[in-house]
Design a protein around this ligand. Structure first.
Ligand code: KIV
Ligand code: NA
Length: 264
């Protein structure tokens, strides 16, 4: 087996084959997903919320994300590893964006990077692609701009559809190999997917994108509380792990653990 390449994803689109992407931030999930039919793993800046416990994605830094990228790369053999550029690491312009992307490739060992924004970050995408680094775009709802967008809201409803289309187009024209469409109406995602030669990856974008992505803790039910409408829970890890911790604590209190077989 060999690593998935960006051209494999283009070929999949040409064949009409759909694929699934998940986030991963550590070696165990990375190794499991790598051998469970997930061809692309994203070390998302969603680590801000899902690993580091920040309220938003804004505080997380390149220095915090790099060790997670290294762990995911080391633990996998076939998945293509995409590293997310965090807020503040590319907005200043193409030079800053390229410098950050190079760190994720060189120090992180990533195979591609992802950054948010359409027309507003096309110059950054062009510079990174020009240096030989594959870029995944991200348009529609972009969590790093939640304070401008007014919170987690669907983007591209009604006449705003053209904005999303123009952003996706700009990302593709700048040379991105793929683009995430987050929280956009299914019809808009379908239109963008038809128009672009490169694969679209939907999250809250309906069934007609070329691929789907979810945050793994959402998909596996590790995160408590109400999940967004676009999440499907495939497991109840919060239940399983909470139960394991409770039983362990009970058995320590009762003296049932450790037993003779755990004792030297
Ligand atoms: O950081 C992240 O998890 C993401 C995906 C949800 C696309 O950007
Ligand atoms: Na992200």
């Amino acid at each position: 087996t060999r690593r998935v390449r960006t051209r494999d994803l283009l070929a999949a689109k040409e064949r009409g084959d759909r694929w699934a992407m998940l986030t991963s931030y550590d070696q165990y999930t990375a190794a499991l997903f790598d051998t469970s039919g997930i061809p692309v793993l994203l070390v998302g800046d969603s680590a801000a919320n899902n690993v580091f416990g920040y309220e938003t994605t804004l505080p997380v830094t390149t220095d915090e994300l790099l060790p997670l990228v290294r762990a995911v790369v080391r633990a996998t053999k076939t998945a293509l590893i995409v590293a997310d550029l965090p807020f503040g690491s590319y907005e200043e312009g193409p030079v800053q964006a390229l410098r950050t992307a190079v760190r994720f490739m060189k120090e992180g060992g990533a195979h591609a990077v992802k950054l948010e924004g359409g027309r507003r970050t096309a110059e950054q995408i062009r510079a990174i692609v020009g240096a030989g680094i594959p870029v995944m775009g991200h348009v529609g709802f972009t969590p790093q701009s939640e304070h401008t967008l007014g919170g987690y809201r669907v983007q591209g409803r009604g006449s705003a559809a053209e904005e999303v289309v123009a952003d996706a187009r700009a990302v593709a024209e700048a040379g991105a190999f793929s683009v995430v469409l987050e929280m956009v109406p299914g019809e808009v995602a379908k239109q963008v997917t038809k128009e672009l030669a490169v694969p679209t990856v939907g999250i809250g974008a309906g069934p007609d994108t070329d691929a789907q992505v979810l945050v793994w803790q959402d998909m596996a039910g590790l995160r408590g509380g109400k999940a967004p409408r676009f999440v499907k829970r495939y497991a109840d890890l919060a239940g399983v792990l909470g139960d394991a911790a409770r039983r362990y604590a009970d058995e320590v209190r009762s003296g049932e653990f450790p037993a003779a077989e755990h004792t030297f």
